[in-house]
Structures are given as C-alpha cells and as structure tokens.
Design a binder for this molecule. Structure first.
Ligand code: ADE
Length: 222
C-alpha cells in the first residue's frame, strides 16, 4: 500500500515513521509512506498557504489552491483521498479494515484554525478520530495510518487481529505474563492449565463480561 500524507508540519511525522512496527513495515516494504509539505504546492511567491476568513472570525484559514495542487500531484484513478477533520465520520475499527484494502491513500491533514470549505469537494472521505478538537490533522492521520498498517498482511502476526478489541464487536480478553503471582495478584489457574479448549472458553467469557461492563453498546451492535 502507498500512503501520501499532505501536511504543513512534516517534521511531526519523524518519530512516528522511524520507530517500532511502522518502521519495520516500511523496511519490509509492506507499506510505502511519504510525507509532503502542502506549502511546496502553492503558486504564491511568498509561499502563503492561509489567509483571513471572509466575513471575519478568529484565526487563519487554509486556502484551497495549495491543497488542490498537492492532491493533484499524487492522485491516480486508484487513490482514495481522506481529510482529517472533527466534522468527519467517527473512525472505527471496521473502517480501518476497509481502508487496509486500498492500494493508495492520500491523507490531507486539516489546519488547526480551519480550512476553506471548498477543500471538501476534492476529497473522498472526511474522518474524525473522536469528539474532541486537536490542533491539526497530523495526529489523527498517524492514528489512521497506524491502525491500517498493522492490518496489512505481514506486518504483525495475523492471529493478533482476531484477538483485537472491537473484532466481532468485543473488547480484548485479559493477558498475563511472568511472574505467576505479583503483589498478591495471581494469574488465573485456567491459563496455566495447558487446556486449550478451557482457555478458549474462558477468554470468550472474559471478553463478553468486560464488554458488557464497559461497552454494552458494542454488544447491541453484535
Ligand atoms: N483535527 C482536529 N481534531 C480532529 C479530530 N478529532 N479528528 C480528526 N481530525 C481532527
């Protein structure tokens, strides 16, 4: 999969791209992620990308031209263009599964103070990562890329996806490692029993219990 991220703050992506699973996925060529500065696509001689909003109001507004040009530089007939905005569709695991099958994503990071409404007409989907407002679309775009990359075959063990919270509308079951007892808290006996069928049943029961307690809305969807 190829992912082009369009942003005014390319430096923000350094640690994200160069650590852990995302780094490994890139090295293994499971995903090709490129960061592009929207400012490089303006035709303005002063490289201006934002201006005051018509009608007044606080803050600067990202202009449509540099975003249009940046998208045009990378878009092909196989591209899906995503815009990060708190006004978008709330992002969920199901959406990550769908996007992980795309061959090319272009992700536009919204501007902290707003973007020209006409930018909406250049994109295929608007996505929000939750009902709170961040300073820009950079962190949301990392959330999307991270959640998609881990689903690409070869990036992490396939079995991990089946265990994921939200898979089948259930939260994940509890896991334990050494020591068997820590500050009086013991690993449940069933996990030490080696009885695979009992372990499977216990885990499913734990998933149902935890989901009922914490996220009954997920059980309704199920
Ligand atoms: N930009 C600012 N806040 C955001 C959010 N919650 N989701 C997506 N993009 C955003």
């Amino acid at each position: 999969m190829k992912i082009d991220i369009l942003t005014l703050f390319p430096e923000m992506f350094k640690g994200f791209l160069e650590e852990s699973i995302i780094k490994r996925a890139r090295e293994r060529k499971c995903v090709d992620i490129a960061i592009h500065n929207i400012r490089d696509y303006t035709k303005d001689p002063h490289k201006k990308v934002d201006d005051y909003g018509f009608g007044g109001g606080a803050g600067m507004v990202l202009m449509p031209e540099p975003v249009y040009e940046a998208i045009a530089a990378f878009r092909t007939e196989n591209s899906k263009v995503l815009l990060m905005t708190p006004q978008g569709v709330p992002y969920q695991q199901e959406h990550a599964y769908q996007l992980s099958h795309c061959s090319h994503l272009i992700i536009v990071c919204g501007h902290y103070e707003g973007f020209d409404e006409r930018i909406r007409s250049f994109v295929d989907e608007e996505i929000s990562i939750g009902d709170y407002v961040l300073t820009g679309g950079e962190i949301p775009s990392m959330v999307i890329v991270d959640s998609i990359t881990r689903l690409i075959p070869g990036v992490i063990e396939e079995e991990s996806h089946i265990q994921d919270s939200f898979h089948n509308h259930l939260l994940d079951y509890p896991v334990y490692t050494k020591p068997v007892e820590f500050r009086g808290m013991k690993v449940p006996d069933v996990l030490l029993s080696g009885h695979h069928e009992n372990i499977r049943k216990w885990r499913l029961e734990q998933q149902r219990k935890k989901t009922a307690e914490r996220r009954p809305d997920l059980l309704e969807e199920r």
